[in-house]
Design a protein around this ligand. Structure first.
Ligand code: AMP
Length: 184
C-alpha cells in the first residue's frame, strides 16, 4: 500500500505516524496543517487568508485547500505514493479527492483511522504546546472533528478502505502495526 489517508482526531498521532511511515516507504508525507502553518509563517496570500481559521481551530474554507491538494498530488514525487495527513477533513473534501484520483488515474489503497480517546488526545495536545493548542482551541478542534471529520469513518468504511488502529498506545507499537498493514 502506498497511497494512504491518515484519519483521526487532532492529537491522535497522524503527524508522527505519517512521518515514520512516509520514511519507511519512501513516499511524501503531505500534511495540510504543515502546509498551512508554513504559509502563515511566511505570510503568503494563502497564509493570510487561513490564519484566523487555524488560530481558532476551525477548518479553513475548502476553496483554499482543494487546489493546493490537486497541485501537490500532480507533482512528480507523488506519483509512486503519498500519505495524506489532515486531508480530507469533511465529506466535500473526500468527494473532491475521489474525483481527483479518478482524473489522475490513481486509487487510494487504504484509510488508517487512528482511534484515540478524547482524554488522551487532550493530554497530548496540551503537552505539545503548538500555538493552536490552547485549552479553548483544543475543545473547538474536537467539536469540529466530531461534526465534520468523524463522518468520514463511515464514508470510508462503506467503500471498504477503512483500517482501525488503536492509537491509545506508545508510538512505536502503533507504527509497528501500521507497517505490518502496509506491507501486507
Ligand atoms: P492539523 O495540523 O492537521 O491539526 O491542522 C491544523 C489546522 O489547519 C486545523 O485546525 C485547520 O484549521 C487547518 N486545516 C488543516 N487541514 C485542513 C483541511 N484539510 N481543511 C481545512 N482546514 C484544515
Amino acid at each position: 500500500m502506498t497511497k494512504l489517508i491518515f484519519l483521526g482526531p487532532p492529537g491522535a498521532g497522524k503527524g508522527t505516524q505519517g512521518q515514520v511511515l512516509a520514511e519507511f516507504v519512501n513516499i511524501p508525507h503531505i500534511s495540510t496543517g504543515d502546509i498551512l502553518r508554513s504559509a502563515i509563517a511566511k505570510q503568503t496570500p494563502l497564509g493570510i487568508k487561513a490564519k484566523n481559521y487555524v488560530d481558532n481551530g476551525n477548518l479553513v474554507p475548502d476553496e483554499l485547500i482543494l487546489d493546493l491538494i490537486e497541485e501537490r498530488l500532480t507533482q512528480s514525487d507523488a506519483q509512486k505514493g503519498w500519505i495524506l495527513d489532515g486531508f480530507p477533513r469533511n465529506v466535500a473534501q473526500a468527494d473532491f479527492l475521489s474525483s481527483l484520483l479518478d482524473k489522475l488515474n490513481q486509487n487510494c489503497d487504504g484509510v488508517i483511522n487512528l482511534d484515540v480517546t478524547d482524554e488522551i488526545v487532550t493530554k497530548r495536545l496540551l503537552s505539545r504546546g503548538r500555538e493552536d493548542d490552547s485549552e479553548l482551541t483544543i475543545k473547538n478542534r474536537l467539536v469540529v472533528y466530531r461534526q465534520q471529520t468523524a463522518p468520514l469513518i463511515d464514508y470510508y468504511e462503506q467503500v471498504k478502505l477503512l483500517r482501525n488502529i488503536n492509537g491509545n498506545r506508545k508510538p512505536l507499537e502503533v507504527s509497528q502495526e501500521i507497517k505490518a498493514i502496509v506491507k501486507s
